[in-house]
Design a protein around this ligand. Structure first.
Ligand code: UD1
Length: 345
């Protein structure tokens, strides 16, 4: 039997990467992971070993350090040789990025450059880049197609936009490179085992982790940021996507790069928007308890509605999301209720 292809994941202990690790293994790939644990826990690796039943190939370190990446490629040599890289490692909090813009530029763009340079050194040219629907800014038209105007409204978004642009330029200059830019909508939920999930530090910025902490009794109520938007119930509408669907989108992108030898930029969303109130109600059903809501002012920088046209990903990658809002809530609740203190609780 041929050796399975080996894929390097940066930021491998993070929320989306850890789910992608399992999805890649399920699809027959070998994974090498690298993470500094600056915003994740080493316990994730024990859980991945437990769920996946396979050995964990892992390097601890910051991917801005070329020696760390060289160690990853050397480790890859022992398991068939790395064929592609999925680059997740990045800082991702919008508010923090406004407070510390230089840290965001340094970290997110520095790591992208270091990863690309290491790939070139080791003769690997297939790269999947974690981008975000944030590159669309305030959308002019819904659902959002990939040819919509691009603009960033904060330093975090800027790093994604500039990251994409750097990669498109690289592809245009050097035909060896094939890059998939994946524009994530709102990833939520957890692995159905309940053993891995999102574990934000401090007060969650994002909606579902906050709702999960209300459901588990850590916080008294959900602050609903704005109920006067031009949406059916006045609250913000987003395209929530189950993290396992998103993970499978990465597998499809890795496969596409290997088979088609072409670059691609696609939305990874469901195409279906839900409001804050709809999500809180669905979560309440999953958890068997009501989520108390308190209406609060709009959050600066928020848009009324944002949801994907996912047709291009379906057409090019043969991928589409399969899980619905109730699956997202049930799986999130399983993770949250059995790990109320997160990985290290
Ligand atoms: C946010 C980021 C986006 C990033 C994404 C990552 C902002 C302005 N945008 O997107 O750049 O790519 O996370 O997942 O931070 N809400 C509440 N109460 C809360 C939290 C959120 O009502 O306590 C509402 C928001 O106003 C919004 C919706 O829930 O309408 C979703 O918010 P969130 O989960 O933070 O995602 P985005 O704002 O879409």
């Amino acid at each position: 039997m041929a050796t399975p292809d080996c894929i390097l994941l940066t930021g491998a202990a993070g929320y989306i990467a850890s789910h992608t690790w399992l999805a890649l293994q399920d699809a027959g790939y070998t994974v090498v992971g690298v993470d500094s644990f600056v915003n994740s826990s080493p316990v994730v690796l024990d859980r991945l070993r437990e769920i996946g039943g396979q050995p964990i190939h892992f390097v601890q370190g910051d991917v801005r350090d070329p020696a760390v990446l060289d160690r990853c490629f050397e480790l890859g040599q022992t398991v068939g040789g790395i064929k592609a890289v999925v680059h997740f490692a990045a800082l991702k909090a919008v508010g923090e990025s406004v407070e510390r813009p230089l840290d965001y530029f340094e970290n997110n763009l520095g790591s992208l450059l270091a990863v690309s340079q290491a790939m070139q050194r080791h003769g690997v040219f297939d790269l999947v880049f974690s981008s975000s629907a944030t590159v669309y800014g305030e959308p002019e038209r819904l659902p959002i197609t990939e040819d919509a105007p691009l603009r960033a409204t904060n330093p975090y978004g800027q790093t994604k936009l500039v990251g994409e642009e750097l990669l498109r330029s690289l592809v245009a200059c050097d035909a060896r490179w094939h890059v998939a830019c994946l524009r994530y909508f709102n990833p939520v939920g957890a692995h159905p085992s309940g053993r891995i999930g999102e574990d934000p530090r401090g007060i969650p910025n994002n909606l579902m982790p906050y709702v999960a902490q209300v459901a588990v009794g850590k916080r008294p109520h959900l602050n609903v940021f704005g109920n006067d938007y031009d949406t059916p119930d006045g609250t913000g509408v987003r395209d929530y996507i189950h993290v396992c669907d998103l993970a499978e989108g990465h597998v499809a992108a890795v496969r596409y790069l290997g088979e088609q030898q072409r670059s691609v930029t696609v939305n990874l969303g469901t195409g279906q928007g839900y409001s804050v109130v709809q999500l809180a109600q669905a979560y309440g059903r999953a958890a068997g308890r009501e989520i108390p809501l308190v209406f609060a002012p709009r959050r600066t920088g928020d848009v009324a509605a944002c949801y994907a046209d996912p047709a291009l990903a379906q057409r090019l990658l043969g991928w589409s999301a399969r899980r619905g809002l109730d699956d997202m809530c049930v799986d999130s609740w399983r993770w949250q209720s059995t790990n109320p203190g997160g990985f290290e609780g």
